[in-house]
Ligand binder design. Structure first.
Ligand code: SF4
Length: 265
């Protein structure tokens, strides 16, 4: 089975435990204003014109974002790093984009990884039918699950969709006793306020348990900015500053007080 991905990043250290190979899937059902991979949102392979300067000459080069790959071939590619994964207690992370939009392909790939005892992480925004999640559940060791808002209207305003499915799927993964870490992006002027954080905390507290007690805070950063001009996409976060650590620590403490293990990524 073939899927469409747009990058394979080796030696990744921010997408789960240890040293990992992260596979970036093309396509996402959200359009977050702060997305730092805007080239991932369209599920199709896209072409764009890149301007390159070589020895003072400017060249316009046609490039493609995304390519098709078979699960078997992807597996052969990632297995090359198995030694680093084992030595560091790392593994493979499916990210994107939204990996669970290509759930059959993801399940086939993960199944191959699990046959080789490779630790698997799914980095997801959760806005997919639960049937998609069910397909990959047997082959997933850990979910990194984004929660941006509890308030559905706010969620729709800033991501384009409501969060009913996202919150329900989260509960169902917890019920299935899968290990899950919640990731909360901290976006200035959008969700970085006491009301939004309080609502998320109240939603999470009753679900806390053996398999879910960790939260990662992901402060907004500028690394995706250059991509907006490169891919000619409007950057709605133009001029927004990255939050200061002094603003992040009180949020960390706020979740810690409720008994969560909290890290800042
Ligand atoms: S869910 Fe992630 S990949 Fe999708 S638009 Fe939002 S930030 Fe981008």
């Amino acid at each position: 089975m073939e899927g469409i991905i747009f990058n394979i990043k080796k030696f990744a250290i921010h997408d789960g435990p240890g040293i990992r190979t992260s596979v970036f899937f093309k396509g996402c059902s959200l359009k977050c204003r702060w997305c730092h991979n805007p080239e991932s949102i369209n599920p199709k392979i896209e072409t764009y014109i890149s301007t390159e300067k070589i020895s003072n000459k400017v060249f316009k080069i046609k490039k493609e974002i995304g390519y098709k790959i078979e699960a078997e071939k992807l597996y052969k590619e990632i297995i090359k790093e198995k030694l680093f994964m084992e030595e560091s207690n790392g593994g493979v992370t499916l990210t994107g984009g939204e990996p669970l939009l290509q759930a059959h392909f993801a399940a086939q790939f993960l199944q191959l990884c699990k046959k080789d005892d490779i630790h698997t992480v799914i980095d997801t925004a959760g806005n997919v039918p639960f049937e998609n999640i069910k397909l990959i559940l047997p082959y997933s060791d850990l979910f990194l699950y984004d929660i941006k808002f509890f308030d559905s209207e706010e969620h729709r305003k800033y991501t384009g969709v409501n969060n009913n499915l996202i919150l329900n799927n989260f509960k169902r993964i917890v019920e299935n006793k899968k290990k899950i870490i919640v990731r909360i992006p901290l976006i200035p002027f959008i969700n970085m306020n006491i009301i939004a954080m309080k609502q998320i905390r109240e939603f999470l507290i009753p679900l806390k348990g053996e398999n879910f007690h960790e939260i990662e805070l992901l402060p907004y950063h500028h690394t995706g900015n250059s991509k907006y001009s490169k891919f000619d996409i409007e950057n709605k976060m133009e001029g927004v500053k990255e939050p200061d650590i002094k603003e992040i620590i009180p949020i960390k403490d706020f979740f810690k007080k409720a008994g969560f293990n909290v890290t800042i990524n």
